[in-house]
Design a protein around this ligand. Structure first.
Ligand code: PMP
Length: 398
């Protein structure tokens, strides 16, 4: 067997570099994980409470979950994404997956096997989460890009995006970020989503929504599901990958779902049987612990309400950091316009810093961010934001 070296994953490489750096001023803005104002991971109070309840249940065990995953999770997750009175009710199959990545992968293999036309390509935004290309190519798709970010204004290139959707052959697969686009933090407005839906309908394109940050864009889970619910209301068949990594802080527990919205309830048995088959072939059964935590939170009205408040708190802290960073850069007179820092939403900000500046920040200032200049705003806090702004200012001026 002759096995060539696989390309290194940018984010994972960055984590290794950051972990190896013990400088006291180090700032890790690479990893897309929430941190509190002291830079520590945060276990949500509702997660603690759900764990306490699980462990005090005499029937708690570590048995396998059934096919499709834990019903408390999948039904709660379905309501969270589509809303309580969704027109899709009765024609959605929701299956537990290995977090958002697993949902992407099952969807990619499912689409490869059943897409129509069979030669349809997968279009990802330029730029997108680094793993999208890898996942869809690994599943055997041809992957192309559609324009998304105007790299000069750091705003949505809506005209380019719509033109690329119009120019693509009929019936292609489009990967759309439901909210809080990674890496840019730039989302379409509601009006722009309606235009996107219109063009996609005209062209018969298939929407695949990746929803890894529900609750992080606006702090409100319903507003963050706007695009998905719009497409459902417009009658699309679609797939949604949903992750509880960020919004419930269950990163390592690998808790997520894949939802398949079908045209009619009559095809649900076939669709669910195929998705179950793929799940069985890859993971056999889904992981139980995170699902039990998330299921407990989603099922209990009191915990659910507290969870919404925690999400609101996380998104509020991130927003406050955006303002602190921008205000400091403006105060320093750092060359450039920094409005995008507060205009972008979600966990990330696409700063516009060049690869060379990113490198200088890493080697001279112990500041870690991806080569494309994306920072995880959650890594900022009141203790490091001045240092971050001053370092950015210094590298831009050299
Ligand atoms: N999709 C997007 C756009 C993401 O940013 C992420 C997390 N970085 C994921 C999916 C998957 O995350 P996880 O597998 O941890 O749920």
């Amino acid at each position: 067997m002759c096995v060539p070296q696989a390309p290194a994953d940018g984010i994972l490489k960055l984590s290794v570099l950051s972990r190896a750096d013990s400088h006291p001023a180090k700032v890790d803005l690479g990893v897309g994980a929430y941190r509190d104002n002291d830079g520590n991971p945060w276990v949500l109070p509702v997660v603690h409470e759900a764990e306490r309840r699980l462990h005090s249940d005499p029937n708690f065990n570590h048995e396998y979950l059934g096919v499709g995953g834990l019903p408390a999770l999948t039904s709660g997750a379905q309501k969270l994404i589509f809303g309580k009175d969704s027109p899709a009710q009765g024609r959605v199959y929701s299956m537990q997956t290995i977090s958002g990545t697993g949902a992407n992968m099952v969807a990619a293999v499912f689409l490869k096997q059943f897409k129509e036309p069979s030669d349809a390509c997968v279009y990802i935004s330029k730029p997108t989460w680094g793993n999208h290309r890898s996942i869809f190519e690994t599943a055997g798709h041809k992957v192309l890009e559609y324009r998304y970010c105007n790299y000069e204004t750091l705003k949505l290139d809506i005209d380019g995006m719509l033109d690329d959707m119009r120019a693509a052959p009929m019936g292609q697969i489009f990967v759309l970020h439901a909210c809080a686009h990674n890496p840019t933090g730039i989302d379409p407005t509601e009006e722009q989503w309606r235009e996107i839906a219109k063009v996609m309908k005209e062209r018969g394109h298939f929407p695949f929504f990746d929803c890894a940050y529900q609750g992080f864009a606006t702090g409100d889970v319903d507003s963050d599901a706007y695009a998905i619910r719009l497409f459902v209301a417009e009658g699309f068949e679609l797939l949604v990958a949903q992750s509880f990594a960020k919004n419930m802080g269950l990163y390592g527990e690998r808790t997520g779902c894949l939802h398949a919205v079908c045209q009619s309830p009559s095809v649900l048995p076939q669709v669910s049987s195929q998705l179950n088959r793929l799940s069985r072939a890859t993971i056999s059964t889904a992981s139980a612990y995170g699902a039990k935590i998330a299921g407990t939170v989603l099922e209990d009205p009191e915990l659910y309400g507290e969870w919404l408040m925690s999400m609101h708190d996380m998104s509020k802290r991130i927003l406050a950091m955006r303002w602190l960073l921008k205000n400091k850069l403006v105060k320093l007179g750092t060359p450039g316009n920094w409005d995008h820092v507060t205009e972008q939403i979600g966990m990330f900000s696409f700063t516009g810093l060049t690869k060379k500046q990113v490198e200088a920040l890493r080697t001279e200032y112990h500041m870690y961010m991806t080569d494309d200049g994306r920072i995880s705003v959650a890594g900022l806090n009141t203790h490091n934001v001045d240092y971050v702004a001053e370092s950015i200012d210094a590298v831009i001026r050299t």
